[in-house]
Ligand binder design. Structure first.
Ligand code: S3P
Length: 455
């Protein structure tokens, strides 16, 4: 296999104030879709081809695990990924522990896959991942018959003994989480009968779209409309499924585009185009919120790529106004809050966010870590139990010039959000470690440079 090229440096870095961002870029492939492409490709019998795959460390953790369980996964000279699968039910016993690195998505989705196979696997991860709660997947997967020995608090390292046949369950999600939903659906793939997930609050639906695309018998019933996002969803999958290999084109990741959208909105004179951005409604909340704050974001050339809505986004510097963010949008922008907080810090007036309890269990506690980081950059901000309240500068650059670097706590999105804050500051923003950026966006710094930020 050829390894993915990237330019992210580890260690401390100072993000200096920038002149206008100008030009056209493409962000790497969607992380959620990339993980699922590899997992489903490695379960389908025959050759799946994936173009636009995100070649970040998190997705490589998934690829390594699927290889360890029998999948053949290679990158060809043209950058396309070629996957030959083992068939649903055919995963092999991995010979060593599965190292999940920093990736919660790899961990939780693979726990689901393995739960309904008669194999045993140990999961290990880095310091950030080893703090994150796994009880939310251990509980439903135990109901299906899998057996777990986890570290205290339901954390990694943990050992999973899968079972076959597993027992189909009907499970109502107690927390709005696409990872938990997906873990159960993936377990359902190799479980005889119908496994049902009831989802009161809709979350990203890539698993449903892709499982159907690979030929699984999966249905989605929507019970009642709510908040413009659709109401309770009842998702049923029939096992034991046979997956057919696919040709997949992965659209650009809206969660990666988010950093450039906010950067262009807050740096005066900016006018950029980000091509090929995935705009699945379950992912596009940030764009709506930024528009409500006055952001000029135009969708050009709307089209469909790989079964997902996609457009090119033209983003221009805008005078932003603070708003109260409706907690109903949280699932559709759950990963975008750190960078929204940066936009709010430059807006006119107050931005109030709530309903963000889940942010405390991401790669870091993103409420406390962003509150501390933005304070270091000179923003006016306070933390509540489930959100942040930010009083913006009305377009004035943040003071920046922090002597003590921002602590990123192995969290890529903290590092990139504070890089964006540095662009719109007087003194720049120093962060302690840009290494984690490579988990999701290895070309981030190179793309920033290409828009003229180092000029
Ligand atoms: C993801 C779901 C979200 C998100 C993560 C990717 C996925 O996590 O934060 O970055 O691919 O299913 P939760 O389901 O825990 O909210």
């Amino acid at each position: 296999m050829t390894s993915a090229p990237h330019s992210t440096r580890s260690g401390p870095h100072h993000f200096a104030p920038a002149g206008p961002l100008r030009g056209t870029i493409r962000v790497p492939g969607d992380k959620s879709i990339s993980h699922r492409s590899i997992m489903l490709g490695a379960l389908a019998v025959g050759e799946t081809r994936v173009s636009g795959l995100l070649e970040g460390e998190d997705v490589m953790s998934t690829a390594a695990a699927m290889r360890a369980m029998g999948g053949t996964i290679t990158r060809d000279a043209g950058g396309e990924w070629v996957i030959n699968g083992v068939g649903v039910g055919g995963l092999l016993q991995p010979q060593t522990a599965l190292d999940m690195g920093n990736s919660g998505t790899s961990t939780r989705l693979l726990m689901g896959l393995i739960a309904s196979h008669p194999i045993t696997a140990s999961f290990i991860g880095d310091a950030s991942l080893s703090k994150r709660p796994m009880g939310r997947v251990i509980e439903p997967l135990s109901q299906m018959g899998a057996d777990f020995t986890a570290s205290p608090g339901g954390r990694l390292p943990l050992m999973l003994r899968g079972t076959s046949p597993a027992v189909p369950i009907t499970y109502r999600l107690p927390v709005a989480s696409a990872q938990v939903k997906s873990a159960i659906l993936l377990a359902g793939l190799n479980t005889p009968g119908i496994t049902t997930v009831i989802e009161p609050i809709p979350t990203r639906d890539h698993s449903e779209r892709m499982l159907k695309g690979f030929g699984a018998d999966l249905t989605v019933e929507v019970e009642a409309a709510k908040n413009g996002m659709g109401g309770t969803r009842i998702i049923r999958i029939r096992g034991e499924a046979e997956l057919k290999p696919q040709t997949i084109v992965v659209p650009g990741d809206p969660s990666s585009a988010a950093f450039f959208i906010v950067a262009a909105l807050i740096v005066p004179g900016s006018d950029i185009t980000i091509e090929n951005v995935g705009l699945n409604p379950t992912r596009a909340g940030l764009i709506e919120v930024l528009r409500a704050m006055g952001g000029q974001i135009d969708e050009l050339n709307p089209r469909e790529v790989g079964g997902e809505p996609v457009a090119d986004l033209r983003v221009r510097h805008s005078a932003l106004t603070g708003i109260t963010v409706d907690p109903a949008v949280v699932p559709s922008m759950v990963d975008e809050f750190p960078v929204l907080f940066v936009a709010a810090a430059l807006a006119k007036g107050r931005t109030v966010t709530s309903g963000l309890d889940e942010l405390r269990v991401k790669e870091s506690d993103r409420l406390t870590v962003m509150r501390v980081a933005l304070e270091l950059a000179g923003a006016r901000i306070s933390e509540t139990e489930d959100g942040l309240i930010i009083d913006g500068t009305d377009g004035e650059p943040l003071p920046g010039g922090n002597a003590q670097p921002v602590a990123t706590h192995l969290d890529h999105r903290i590092a990139m959000s504070m890089a964006v804050a540095g662009l719109a500051s007087h003194g720049g923003v120093s962060v302690d470690d840009t290494g984690p950026i490579a988990t999701s966006f290895p070309t981030f710094e190179a793309l920033l440079d290409s828009l003229g930020t180092t000029a």
